[in-house]
Each structure stands twice: as structure tokens, then as C-alpha cells.
Design a protein around this ligand. Structure first.
Ligand SMILES: *Cc1c(COP(=O)(O)O)cnc(C)c1O
Length: 407
């Protein structure tokens, strides 16, 4: 009960209608509780959650080790700013360098903020190339179907009308090649180019993987022209594909990496890793953030890494995704009029439909499975990294039932 007599109790739907910004079109669903791969709504409805907060809840909901770590840290020290050191940030940086290689890490709060750091890094590298002069070498080449976030830098690197419309003029200096068409990237390189920036696997764009050949080709171009190869691993990183970073499958070595979504297991945290070649371009005073890398956020991320390692979740993703993706691919064979193909890697999978995915996403929700859509008529499946074989099989059965019903 509210102790303020003037407060009228209203439904969550009414509160959203009255007071929350209208920038999302949401279904009539209010989630109140989660455990493992499942969430419950305020009506007692139970859902298999393969949205995972958009690839964020890497350990599922309320993993006991994660909950205990966050609770313990919350009672000890939550926030100090980056004006001081805290032990968790140092340890998390060490662990990430262990995965990415020699270099340095900066912590922030989201994917877009991580990418802003990378775009600023590209400017610093460009200025170095231009003998220290600003504004001479600053261009970044990205992919046409990319998504890099909603900030001005991120939007400017995301050439989608639905993202950019209404917000122009954008940040100058971006050019766009065709994913997996190396020649289209090479043709855009000139004296003003500082970096190439792509998602290893595009998420919002429709689960499109950069091929090994393409990534190795970009690496070569970057070496030839002294460009930074920067990879956006915000969605595909932190174990989602069965390797810590998705680029590891290609055996390529980037100069810088952006990560966020799965890193905190639900607690907001982003990070950039910068390899030795460029790590020292950021000097005191050149970049910052108030909230990044708090003791609490880093405790959450350390708990995620602990569980990924102790429960061998990357091995599990590799193992379990094989038969799961096979079963999903059978849906394309069984429902050729509805399903055009299945793609992706590990627990980042896209089912390309022949039509708008929105009615399918709604029907799947009614049937008890929560999934997000993506560009190019794609339904995305983003299970937590510890989803069980039964849960994966259950997702296939629910999909099958919806394809049967819509046949
Ligand atoms: C989600 C996402 C972003 C943006 O992250 P936010 O935390 O929403 O700012 C950037 N890049 C990729 C690849 C993403 O999937």
C-alpha cells in the first residue's frame, strides 16, 4: 500500500500509456519475474525467454552465483566514479585482456557508448596518420546493413532510413560497403580513411555473419593502408557463438573491440578493448564516463565470466547449437512457403521468413516463446548461454506449431 493517500493505484499499462515515452511499440505484456530461461507476466503466464533482454541475460534470469555476487557487492561498495580505482574494474580488465589479447580496456554503460569510444579512437588514429593534424584523416568505413547504436555516432554508422530519419544532419565521415564484398570496402579507402568498423555478426540487420574470408581480407586492407580494424561485438560477443568473441572463429585479430550486451548478464555495462597498437592514443582527460566500470557493474560482469568458465558455457553453446540449428533448418524444409532459411552461429540464430515477422513474433508469444525480430524479415533466437537441450527442443516445437497454424 502506498503511504501517500493522493497516489491512485493504476495498472502498468495505464502508467505506460500516460507517462512513458512512445518510442517503442510494445505488446500487452508486463513481465514481473524470471528464473533461468523463463519469465512470468503479471497474469501468471509463463514464457520461454529466447529474447534474453536482447542477448543480455547471458546466464538466464537470476542465476544464483550472479545474484549472490551482486547482492554482496551492493552491500559493500556500489559506485565511486572513475576518479578512483576499484578492485573489480582492474580484475575485469585483466580477464578481458585475457580473452582479447595484449591491450587495454575502458568501461562504459552500453553498446552505443562503447561504439562512441571506438569512433573517437578512429579519429585519434587518423590524426596520428595525418602527422597530428585533426580533420584530415577521419573517415570510417562500415557495412550497409549495420547497426551500431542510437547515439549520433552510432546512428551515423548505421545507414538505415528507419534509424536516421528525423535526426539529420548526422556526423560526417562515414562510408558504407557491402558486407562480405571486400572489393566494395577497398574501393572506399582513401587518404582520409582512418578505420574499418563492422559487426562480426550483424544482429539487428538480420543475423548476417561476416565470412572468414571477408574478415581476413579486411585485416589485410587495414594493414596495407594503416587503418584500425574495429569490430562491434556488442551482440555476438561474450560467448554467444561458442567462442568468447565471434571473430575468433575466423582467426582474425582486430585492433579494437566494442562489447556490452551479454557482459553484465543483465546489469548495464559496456567496454572497449584496444590492442597495443592503439591503446595509448587515449591519454588523461581525453575520454571518460561517470558510471562506467563501477564496483557493482564489474562484480556483475565478473560473475558472468565466472559462470561462463566454471559451467563451460561456451563448450555447451557449441555442442548444443549443432543439433538445435539442424532442427531449426528442418523447419525450412518442412515449411518452404514460410521459411526461407536459417542462419547464424551458436546461440545467435536468425530464421528468415518469406513475410513480415511481426505476426509470427506475436503468435510465438501467444504460444509461450519470446523472441525479437530483426531486419530482412528475420526472427531472432537468442537463448541464454545455459539454455538446456529440452528448452532448445521446446523452442523448435513452438515454432513448428506456429508454422503449422499459419500454413
Ligand atoms: C545493441 C547493439 C548496439 C547498441 O547497444 P545499446 O546498449 O543499445 O546502446 C550496438 N551494436 C550492436 C551490434 C548491437 O547489437
Amino acid at each position: 500500500m502506498s503511504n501517500r493517500p493522493d497516489v491512485v493505484r493504476t495498472s502498468t499499462a495505464d502508467l505506460y500509456d500516460a507517462h512513458v515515452l512512445k518510442n517503442y511499440g510494445r505488446p500487452a505484456l508486463t513481465l514481473v519475474r524470471g528464473s533461468g530461461s523463463h519469465v512470468w507476466d503479471d497474469q501468471g503466464g509463463k514464457f520461454l525467454d529466447f529474447t534474453s533482454g536482447i542477448a543480455v541475460s547471458a546466464l538466464g534470469h537470476c542465476h544464483p552465483h550472479w545474484v549472490a555476487s551482486v547482492q554482496r557487492q551492493a552491500g559493500e561498495l556500489i559506485h565511486t566514479s572513475n576518479l578512483f580505482r576499484n578492485p573489480n574494474q582492474g580484475e575485469l580488465a585483466r580477464r578481458l585482456v585475457g580473452y582479447a589479447g595484449p591491450g587495454r580496456v575502458f568501461f562504459c554503460n552500453s553498446g552505443a557508448e562503447a561504439n562512441e569510444g571506438l569512433l573517437k579512437l578512429a579519429r585519434l588514429h587518423g590524426a596520428t596518420k595525418a602527422g597530428g593534424e585533426e580533420g584530415k584523416c577521419y573517415k570510417v568505413i562500415c557495412a550497409k546493413s549495420a547497426f551500431h547504436g542510437r547515439t549520433f555516432g552510432g546512428m551515423s554508422a548505421t545507414p538505415q532510413e528507419k534509424i536516421q530519419k528525423g535526426f539529420r544532419p548526422l556526423v560526417p565521415g562515414f562510408a558504407f560497403g557491402e558486407l562480405n564484398n571486400l572489393a566494395s570496402f577497398e574501393a572506399l579507402i582513401d587518404d582520409q580513411t582512418a578505420a574499418i568498423f563492422v559487426e562480426t555478426i550483424q544482429g539487428e540487420g538480420g543475423v548476417n555473419s561476416a565470412t572468414t574470408e571477408f574478415l581476413l581480407g579486411l585485416r589485410k586492407l587495414c594493414n596495407q593502408h594503416n587503418l584500425l580494424l574495429m569490430l562491434d561485438e556488442v551482440q555476438c560477443g561474450v560467448g554467444r557463438t561458442g567462442k568468447f568473441f565471434a571473430y575468433e572463429h575466423a582467426g582474425v585479430r582486430p585492433d579494437a573491440i566494442g562489447m556490452a550486451k551479454g557482459l553484465g548478464g543483465g546489469f548495464p555495462i559496456g567496454a572497449i578493448w584496444i590492442g597495443e597498437k592503439a591503446a595509448d592514443l587515449f591519454q588523461p582527460g581525453m575520454h571518460g564516463t561517470t558510471f562506467g566500470g563501477t564496483p557493482l557493474a564489474c562484480a556483475a560482469a565478473l560473475a558472468v565470466l565466472d559462470v561462463i568458465e566454471k559451467e563451460k558455457l561456451m563448450e555447451q553453446v557449441s555442442r548444443a547449437s549443432g543439433s538445435w540449428i539442424e532442427a531449426l533448418t528442418e523447419l525450412a524444409t518442412d515449411f518452404p512457403a514460410q521459411v526461407l532459411g536459417v542462419r547464424g552461429r551458436g546461440f545467435m540464430v536468425g530464421i528468415q521468413l518469406a513475410s513480415d515477422p511481426a505476426p509470427y513474433v506475436a503468435a510465438l508469444r501467444d504460444a509461450g516463446l519470446l523472441v525479437p525480430s530483426a531486419g530482412g524479415n528475420v526472427i531472432r533466437l537468442l537463448p541464454p548461454l545455459n539454455a538446456t537441450a529440452d528448452e532448445l527442443a521446446s523452442s523448435v516445437e513452438i515454432l513448428r506449431s506456429v508454422f503449422v497454424a499459419k500454413k
